[in-house]
Design a protein around this ligand. Structure first.
Ligand code: ADP
Length: 355
């Protein structure tokens, strides 16, 4: 008996058979939704002989379940017929101690509808998560930005008015320093937002070339050594002065500046060390501080947008997100280790250039 004779590729075909526990079929008939097609009366065919291995195993397993529980059981199996994959549902109904009724139904159309539905559900879920995330980001953006923009802007406007009434040169200098500092904060904030937008749109240009690392580090040491709090020492460790990486000069400066700026902001005592070393085909940079550290529960989210631990501390919570995106664009990765109250160590890698 050919499989095709039993299971002709008629949509919604129904195959009924009484089977014994050793899988011999009796009183088999094929029907097409209510209309009998080819009544057969086979007493010799074994299911094993007409079904491919995988489909047979599915039916066998389903049958064993029916025998074990004494209740009807449903499973699915696939069959390739004339090069077309059909999906079947096999239902087992235990009749008595000797016989089970097996019904096989072509559910290819239903299966396809289910797949489309599942795919649509998946897409809907992804769209919902994306919408919720962008809603959360929009709220976080507005909450953070309105504060971060207003504070320096108010200072600039306020002290620009006050400076005209200043009576001494000392007072004038003091006010102009405040205006300068707040203008710089505002400028950095807008630069961060614009960089982030360009990175997300994949339109930020990188001027990748070999970079001598010591030159970058000496420049940053000069820039940050007077910015630490309470006499905290900023130390550039002993490094290989002939090591090169491949990257964009300004972007590498931006990344290390961000890490050093955080280290100075969050380290009230002790020391800040920075430097780099060779690690296989990469240069591994580090900035280590003895500052307030980051709670373990926040470490995983710190590189996300607005991942601030304390909302009352000045900062947008965008710096580390930018660092991560810039490092990844230049072929590296960034991570950190930190212990609350003990300090933090930030690491990132960039490709090593061998001379
Ligand atoms: P921000 O511009 O607000 O500093 P970042 O993305 O650079 O934004 O940092 C996000 C948050 O990560 C900070 O608000 C702070 O809570 C935490 N953080 C970053 N660096 C350090 C550090 N060296 N020590 C302690 N906390 C840090």
């Amino acid at each position: 008996m050919l499989l095709r004779q039993l299971v002709s590729p008629v949509a919604q075909q129904l195959l009924c058979a009484c089977i014994t526990a050793d899988m011999h079929m009796h009183n088999t008939c094929c029907a097409c939704v209510g209309q009998l097609l080819c009544p057969n009366n086979i007493t010799t065919t074994n299911v094993k002989d007409i079904l491919p291995k995988e489909a047979y195993e599915s039916v066998r397993k389903n049958m064993d379940k029916g025998i074990l529980t004494g209740e009807s059981s449903t499973a699915r199996h696939d069959l390739m017929l004339d090069g077309v994959l059909h999906h079947y549902e096999n239902r087992i109904f235990p009749l008595d101690k000797e016989y089970l009724l097996c019904m096989c139904r072509d559910i290819s159309q239903q299966w396809e509808a289910e797949q489309t539905n599942a795919q649509q559900q998946k897409e809907l879920k992804a769209a919902r998560i994306k919408a919720e995330e962008s809603d959360r980001l929009k709220s976080a953006f507005l909450a953070n930005m309105s504060h971060e923009i207003r504070t320096p802007l108010n200072a600039i406007v306020g002290f620009s008015k006050l400076i005209t009434y200043a009576t001494s040169a000392e007072e004038k200098n003091q006010y102009s320093e405040i205006i300068e500092r707040n203008s710089e904060m505002l400028l950095n904030l807008f630069n961060d937002i614009l960089d982030l937008a360009s990175l997300e749109a994949d339109s930020l240009k990188f001027n990748i070339r070999p970079i001598k690392l010591i030159d970058i580090c000496l420049q940053l040491e000069q820039q940050f050594c007077h910015k630490t709090q309470n006499g905290v020492k900023l130390i550039l460790d002993d490094v290989d002065t002939d090591m090169y990486t491949s990257g964009d000069w300004n972007r590498i400066i931006q990344i290390i500046s961000n890490l050093l700026s955080n280290a100075t902001k969050f380290t009230p005592k002790g020391e800040i060390h920075f430097g780099y070393r060779e690690k296989e085909d990469f240069v591994e940079f580090y900035v280590k501080d003895s500052g307030i550290g980051i709670p373990a529960a926040r470490i995983a989210t710190i590189f996300r947008r607005f991942g601030k631990v304390n909302d009352f501390v000045q900062g947008t919570g965008l710096g580390l997100t930018l660092c991560r995106m810039l490092v990844e664009k230049m072929g590296g990765r960034i991570w950190l280790r930190s212990q609350e109250g003990q300090g933090s160590r930030f690491y990132f890698t960039l490709p090593l250039v061998r001379q």
